[in-house]
Design a protein around this ligand. Structure first.
Ligand code: GRF
Length: 197
C-alpha cells in the first residue's frame, strides 16, 4: 500500500493535526504528515508540527502580497515535497483556484456537522454547534468531504454520528463532536491510502 505524503493546512489549535500525527506514528495509518502550513503565525498547529520534526511554514496573503501569491506559494511548497493529499484541519482561509487545480480531487476537509446540513459560508466554529442546538437536532457529528470551489460542498468521504441531548450547550456538543473528529479523520485518510492508485 502506498504511504501517503500529507500536507496539512491549519489555522488554530491543531487537535485534528495531532490525531493524524499520532496515528501515523503508531502505525495505524499508511500516511505521514510532511508539511504543515498555517496562515496564522501563532497557530498551535505550527508548534505541534515543529515538536514532531515536521516542516512548519507560516504563509499568509499579507506576507506574500496577495491571496493568490499565498496560494501559489502553498502549491510550490506542497509540490516540491511530493505531497499527495492536502488535508484541511481547521483552516480558516478559502482555498484558491491555484491550489484547487494543482490538487484537483486530492484536498479533504473536516466539518463539525452532518453535511449537507449546517454547512456553507459563515458556518464554522461554534456557530455550527449553536445552529444544531437551536434546530433541536437529535444527532450531529463530523463530516470529511472533498473540497471544491464551494464551501462545504464536495462529495462526502466519511461521517460519524453523536447524539444531541436536550439541554446540550453548543460547547458540550462541540466537545462530543471533536472526540469523533479525531477518530474519523485518520480513518478516512487510511481508506484513501488503501484505495490510492
Ligand atoms: C474542528 O472543529 C473542525 O471540524 C473545524 O475546525 C476545527 C479544528 O479544530 N474545521 P483543531 O484545530 O483541529 O483543534
Amino acid at each position: 500500500m502506498k504511504r501517503l505524503k500529507l500536507g496539512v493546512l491549519a489555522s488554530g489549535g491543531g487537535t485534528n493535526l495531532q490525531s493524524i500525527i499520532d496515528r501515523s506514528l503508531d502505525g495505524s495509518i499508511s500516511a505521514d504528515v510532511i508539511l504543515v502550513v498555517s496562515n496564522n503565525s501563532k497557530a498551535k498547529a505550527l508548534v505541534r508540527a515543529a515538536n514532531n520534526g515536521i516542516d512548519a511554514l507560516h504563509i499568509s496573503a499579507a506576507k506574500e502580497g496577495s491571496a493568490e501569491g499565498a496560494d501559489n506559494r502553498i502549491v510550490a511548497e506542497m509540490v516540491s515535497r511530493g505531497v499527495d493529499l492536502v488535508v484541511l484541519a481547521g483552516y480558516m482561509k478559502k482555498i484558491g483556484p491555484e491550489l484547487l487545480n494543482a490538487y484537483n480531487g486530492k484536498i479533504i476537509n473536516i466539518h463539525p456537522a452532518l453535511l449537507p446540513k449546517f454547512g456553507g459560508d459563515g458556518m464554522f466554529g461554534m456557530r455550527v454547534h449553536e445552529a444544531v442546538v437551536a434546530a433541536e437536532e437529535k444527532e450531529s457529528g463530523p463530516t470529511v468531504h472533498y473540497v471544491d470551489e464551494i464551501y462545504d460542498h464536495g462529495s462526502i468521504a466519511g461521517q460519524m454520528k453523536v447524539p444531541v441531548y436536550s439541554g446540550d450547550t453548543p460547547e458540550e456538543l462541540q466537545e462530543r463532536v471533536l472526540v469523533k473528529e479525531h477518530e474519523l479523520y485518520p480513518q478516512v485518510i487510511q481508506k484513501i491510502a488503501e484505495e490510492w492508485e
